[in-house]
Design a protein around this ligand. Sequence first.
Ligand code: ZN
Length: 393
Amino acid sequence: MTRHRAAWVVPIAGPPIRGGIVSIARDLIVGVGEDDGGAAEDLGSVAILPGLVNAHTHLELSWMRGQVPPGPSMPAWASALIARRRAVTPEPVEPIADAIVEARRSGTCLVGDVTNTLATYDPLLDSVLSAAVFQELIGFSAADPDAVVRAAAGRIAELTPVSWLRPSIVPHAPYSVSPALMKAIAGATRGMPLSVHLGESSQELQFLRDGTGEWRSLLEAVGAWNDAWIAPNCGPVEYIDRLGLVDEHLLAVHGVHFTDADLARLAGARATVVACPRSNRWTGAGTPPVERFYASGVSVAIGTDSLASVEDLNLFAEMAEVRRLAPSVPAGRILESATLAGARALGFASELGSIEPGKRAQLLAVRLPAACPDVEEYLLSGIEPGDVRWLDS
Ligand SMILES: [Zn+2]
């Protein structure tokens, strides 16, 4: 057994412990608490905290880093991304492994990774990063939704199964996935985490209201418009609730344009909202109402989104942006969002997300300044990878 003593231990499952001790044996946490005076390796002026959870990214888009400049509107940005993606085939896969290394270096132990191609699965197999691997389907005019889902399940069945990677099938968004395909996915994946881009742009609200606007134009431009589709004339959360997607397994990603009623419905279903504020600025989607997310009582997780729409995969930088947008939210709640809330939403809370006996010892030591009156607030100040190291277990 190894015992580590640190200036601060931040268990997430309880309040920070000054001069705390964490005990580890065979890669598992076996104890956490106050200094009992026993022998321990003194790590000095660091905070020990659980590895961070990036609840929304697309590792397969890592090759597009810096290639799609910030857009005037989210549909305009997305069409630039689609054009770039179609122009470069096959997509370079080497940057996926680099992005995994980058995520680890900045303290991430678990990701919710959205992939259309499953190209991220083998690089993840070669890494120690845990992942909910979301095979994302797109299809606004799919003729046989059940066959589309069966084909996706077949691709998952061919993957090498390992304990730290959990593949499942998810829909992209209300404007890119038909109601029938949404229902087919929900029906085939009951009980598994289901991630969907939701309430991201104002144009999505317009599209669901009356079927017009930039998303309609984009669907027509790419030949995917479906004449049989009738606009539901409701908000995004109500829409996917009607289709059977809103329950405790849902990750509603972005929510930039969620109303209080949307948030109340998600909170009532014990679903999770995933905030990705740096990406929302880049894509032109807007500023997520993070204070309202927390005030609604819904579970809030945090994601960086992909390197196509964010500078880096450093979740500490994303937390700093959440803090900037939500100055009245207690620091501990934001830290919980970037750890335990993400682990719960991704189905990994029994092994990751907090420092508790029985969980995996995927722990960080973050260097602290000489004077650190509020360790939780300090951890939201924009920690750089150079001040983060993984604790040997
Ligand atoms: Zn995304």
